[in-house]
Design a protein around this ligand. Sequence first.
Ligand SMILES: C[S@@+](CC[C@H](N)C(=O)[O-])C[C@H]1O[C@@H](n2cnc3c(N)ncnc32)[C@H](O)[C@@H]1O
Length: 239
Amino acid sequence: MLSYQHHYHAGGQADVHKHMALCALLTEMVQDPTPITYVETHAGRGLYDLTTPEAQKTGEAERGVLDMLKRRAIPNTHPYFKMVHDRKHYPGSPVIAQRILRQTDQIHLLELHPQEFKHLQSCVRGNNVFLYHEDGYDTLLEMIPPAPPTPVRGLVLIDPSYEIKSEYSFIPQFVEEVQTLWPQATVMVWYPILEAGLHVDMVKALQALHPAAIPAEAMFTNERALGSGILLLNAPAYP
Ligand SMILES: C[S@@+](CC[C@H](N)C(=O)[O-])C[C@H]1O[C@@H](n2cnc3c(N)ncnc32)[C@H](O)[C@@H]1O
């Protein structure tokens, strides 16, 4: 399987939506001095060269982050603004996390695709970074809850490609297991909004776990996908 490669889509409108939310959430979380464990089940390659033929083939970055920069549509007070000043290299979620998190935080990144994993190894390194060339779902369940002295407060980002349609029904069960094993974790689930509407039942099942969770959805006008959705479960409380 594993035919999906994120460099065709990096910097597209869905990435802008997801990464703006991730930047805002992590920036809030680091206001609290208690260290964080950050885990991604589907990390991707970390940094994307927007000048490659693959990145330019779909034109998604051109209609996404590059268009927003051209139109000055990203507020310069938003933490995402600082991430995207370099128009050639677009940061994926692992690089965003590494730029915002502190040395006292831990970053665990899982990625199954051999090529993507190799890229990830070359761009995200550090004493507090742990990379796993493994299945994101199975391995995450083996890693949690973080054992002391690893920080117990944390964020799990679940950002699959949904290549396998059963992921829509599997994710709520997976999130339930994550939260049983690691109740302190905040969980962020990204999903595409497609014509087939497969996300609808998944969102309902996730909301049944956390009735307070409200989906944040952004709709597109000129993309194959209709939009992008994020559900944040067990969000930290801020004044
Ligand atoms: C949407 S991309 C991730 C993008 C990344 N989170 C970001 O925002 O920069 C999904 C990634 O999951 C990887 N992948 C697919 N199935 C996986 C699995 N079972 N475990 C871990 N990684 C997987 C794919 O190779 C791909 O790189």
